[in-house]
Design a protein around this ligand. Structure first.
Ligand code: HEM
Length: 149
């Protein structure tokens, strides 16, 4: 086979392998749980740690956490995120509605808290897609947490 023809055959073969393998790779990423795409328990624990540190340092909301056991609060939020993203954990705390009932938490407060999570995800350079998915999960809890306007 002349060299030019051989090169054409090789390039067609390589291109078609690419066509076959690329969608499979993309598909594998898509079918991975959010928990796995976030990197698992360790980075999630680090994100929750920073997120809660920000909450207790923010005078707009830290009055709410005056008597909170911060270590336990971090542990429960880590479990919650781990389970909600498809990880192997079991959340051992109370459900969001009963936990926050009677606190009269406003939408403004909720947005401040969610904003700290968004800023934390940015700081940890969590990719846009994964950040978006986690913030959507947390956002879906709003109806059970916010009572006051
Ligand atoms: C953004 C979504 C939120 C999530 C995922 C969340 C998650 C949690 C979790 C897991 C607990 C512990 C439940 C237990 O003790 O069994 C908790 C408790 C609590 N949350 Fe939230 N929360 C959210 C929003 C808020 C907001 C906006 C406020 C008020 C600014 C707030 C104030 C509290 C307080 C005061 C407690 C009780 C802490 C204690 O035991 O002293 N939460 N929350």
């Amino acid at each position: 086979m002349p060299l030019a023809a051989l090169l054409i055959v090789i390039s067609i073969a390589t291109a078609s392998m690419g066509l076959l393998s690329t969608p499979n790779l993309i598909h594998a990423e898509e079918t991975k749980s959010l928990f796995d795409r976030l990197g698992g328990k360790e980075p999630i624990t680090a994100v929750v740690d920073e997120f809660v540190n920000r909450l207790v340092a923010d005078s707009r909301v830290n009055g709410r956490f005056g008597s909170t056991d911060v270590k336990r609060f971090k542990m429960l939020n880590t479990e919650l995120v781990c389970e909600a993203t498809g990880g192997p954990c079991k959340y051992s705390g109370r459900d969001m509605k009963n936990t926050h009932a009677g606190m009269r938490i406003s939408e403004t407060e909720f947005n401040i808290v969610a904003g700290h999570l968004a800023a934390t995800l940015k700081k940890f350079k969590v990719p846009k897609q994964e950040s978006k998915e986690l913030l959507a999960i947390i956002g879906s809890l709003k109806k059970d947490i916010v009572e006051a306007s």
